[in-house]
Design a protein around this ligand. Structure first.
Ligand SMILES: [Fe+2]
Length: 250
């Protein structure tokens, strides 16, 4: 990967975790995310659980309070605890920022670091790309991202159709992503386990724009085997303003 490409991916991928959240979420959450960023820049980083930019019950009726609470405090925290315990035993550069760490994951990286770094990073992105919508208001892409979706998919509904089909086809646990390449072309891809499109170990790299958690812990309490219903309802909750910022890097 060239330095330009690395820089390009890193710039955008970082935005989901730090400064970009500024205009979209509360001051407390901003401070918390900045604290995360500062800690990650130290030579001996301690990974910490970011606060959610909304209450656990704020995503009702689409994602229930209990699921959100367990997902955040148990699952996300669990990846962080394991990552902290193993962070000094990896082949990746822990001085790099979050995205840089993910981009250095290769075939020599231990499964433990690969899975828990991905678990940490993917969930941070996932939270920032969610937005309460209890009144089920129409929720459509905005800004430059909306234009790019029109260019590459013709209609947002076509993106939704392709994304949902690929999400539904994931066998076992994984994530579905909308990614952008260096020329801002959009593509829907999936990853297994806690891999993400920044890692060298996946077949298609790109900077994340949207992401959906397809692990059963994300939906099973409410939806049981009805994963398609969970996927369909997630479209009500997408934070398109944040997705646009991830896309444009501004
Ligand atoms: Fe998850």
């Amino acid at each position: 990967m060239s330095d330009n490409r690395r820089s390009f991916l890193k710039k955008s991928a970082l935005l989901g975790l730090t400064g970009l959240a500024g205009g979209l979420i509360g001051k407390e959450s901003i401070n918390n995310l900045e604290a995360v960023s500062n800690q990650l820049s130290s030579s001996d980083p301690l990974f910490v659980l970011p606060k959610l930019p909304f209450a656990y019950d704020a995503l009702e009726p689409f994602i229930d309070k209990k699921t959100m609470e367990i997902h955040h405090t148990k699952h996300h925290q669990g990846y962080i605890d394991k990552l902290n315990a193993e962070r000094k035993k990896s082949n990746i550069n822990m001085d790099a920022d979050d995205a840089g760490k993910c981009m250095s994951v290769d075939s020599k990286t231990s499964d433990l670091i690969r899975n828990n770094l991905g678990g940490y990073y993917n969930h941070c992105l996932f939270w920032t790309l969610l937005k309460p919508n209890p009144e089920r208001k129409e929720n459509r892409p905005v800004g430059k991202l909306a234009e790019a979706i029109t260019k590459d998919f013709k209609f947002p509904e076509e993106l939704q159709k392709e994304f949902s089909e690929k999400a539904n086809k994931i066998f076992g646990s994984g994530w579905c992503w909308l990614i952008a390449d260096e020329k801002n072309n959009l593509k829907v891809v999936t990853t297994s386990n806690q891999d993400n499109p920044l890692m060298k170990v996946v077949p298609e790299n790109g900077r994340p724009v949207l992401v959906l958690d397809l692990w059963e812990h994300a939906f099973y309490l409410k939806y049981q085997n009805r994963r398609p219903e969970y996927i369909s309802n997630w479209w009500h909750l997408i934070n398109w303003e944040m997705a646009d910022k991830l896309f444009t890097g501004k």
